[in-house]
Design a protein around this ligand. Structure first.
Ligand code: ADP
Length: 354
């Protein structure tokens, strides 16, 4: 272990996600086992500005492994983005002798991690967002739990739809991404899935529902991603009008953010945390821990953020300038692979939704 790391901080920031607590616990335990003190920083980056932090021991992270939300609380701290706020955060790190930080959150959190790293506080990111919309990683903490919550709700709606020969349109979270909608749609046997990433043929979907009804199908579930604005409720009305099937609308909203994390979220949180501590103590900085093909790897945050923008079509002028042509090609190939994976799964959902 590098002599440099006597004390590290851990924080959760941005949108909360089940599994964050499991990650905090494992960061703390892994670091303490390696002889490093751990400081819990509360309310995300805000805690560095308000000095809301304390040294914790093994027992301070007891009984949080199985709990949703985040015991360290979270905050969307705008002040941290200002020069004054950032300087205050750095001063706090110096005052409390915090030699490095593990920051658990989404892409906003990673931008903050980069800012800290560049100013001399090595910071490692752990991806956590129920939306799973961080392009550089196959998996972000919270996704599995959120999907299982949607699955539970959808199964219940299916029961009652079957009894009454009804349809239920469910709008699910995911910000601009359709991962939750796509995977829960397949698992719920949805008659249609509507999301931004794939074209939706509304007329064909209505015809398909009518044809299934004619065959004797009684329950219909339609999943709409929240990233498709002002659509779901109106579509429920349209289904009823065009097919004659009584159609209800349901928006579980923030219910899917909470709840006890699944095995997958607890397990991957623990693995990500161990890797993050290992990287930090090995002198790494400004990287995010990622899952690729079942392996836990590290990615430079600058690379991860630009890859994300490329995939989401939000690249700004000059974004690619600092990368080699080979890196840019690799990014393009990666985005094409993600896109193909998504479209393949969407085609599957369409194939079997009759
Ligand atoms: P998420 O991490 O889930 O994407 P946010 O985008 O809200 O959530 O970001 C979480 C926090 O990270 C913000 O409240 C802010 O404190 C910090 N942050 C976000 N963007 C930046 C940035 N460009 N520079 C520095 N800090 C940032």
């Amino acid at each position: 272990m590098s002599q440099k790391f006597r004390r590290i901080g851990v924080l959760t920031s941005g949108g909360d996600a089940p599994g964050m607590n499991a990650a905090v616990r494992a960061v703390a335990r892994a670091a303490i086992q390696k002889g490093v003190e751990v400081v819990a920083i509360y309310e995300g980056y805000k805690g560095l500005i308000t000095e809301n932090l304390k040294v914790i021991g093994n027992r301070d992270v007891s009984n949080i492994l199985n709990v949703g939300g985040t015991a360290l609380y979270s905050d969307r701290c705008l002040e941290f983005k200002t020069e004054e706020g950032m300087q205050k955060a750095i001063d706090t790190c110096k005052k409390y002798e915090i030699d490095g930080i593990v920051a658990i959150g989404g892409d906003g959190t990673f931008r903050g991690a980069t800012d800290l790293s560049w100013r001399g506080i090595p910071t490692i990111g752990i991806p956590a967002t129920i939306d799973n919309d961080i392009t550089s990683t196959d998996y972000a903490l919270g996704f599995d739990t959120a999907m299982n919550t949607v699955l539970g709700l959808g199964d219940k709606l299916r029961d009652t739809c079957e009894s009454h020969a009804r349809c239920n349109v469910i709008e699910v979270m995911g910000r601009n991404a359709g991962y939750i909608a796509l995977q829960t749609g397949i698992a719920l046997g949805a008659s249609a899935i509507v999301l931004r990433e794939c074209d939706f043929d509304e007329a064909a979907a209505l015809e398909k529902i009518k044809a299934s009804k004619a065959e004797g199908k009684r329950n219909f579930i339609v999943i709409v991603a929240e990233g498709v604005p002002d659509f779901a409720e109106g579509f429920a009305k349209k289904i009823q009008a065009e097919t004659g099937i009584e159609t209800k609308f349901c928006r579980p909203a923030h219910i899917v953010r909470g709840g006890s994390p699944t095995l997958r979220d607890r397990l991957i949180a623990s693995q990500y945390a161990e890797k993050a501590v290992e990287l930090l103590l090995a002198g790494k900085s400004d990287v995010v821990v990622c899952m690729r093909d079942g392996k836990i790897v590290e990615t430079d945050i600058s690379y991860a953020l630009i890859l994300d923008r490329m995939y989401k079509g939000t690249l700004k002028e000059g974004d690619l300038d600092k990368f080699t042509p080979e890196q840019v090609e690799a990014m393009k190939a990666f985005c094409a692979m993600r896109d193909a994976e998504f479209k393949e799964m969407y085609a599957l959902s369409d194939l079997i939704s009759h």
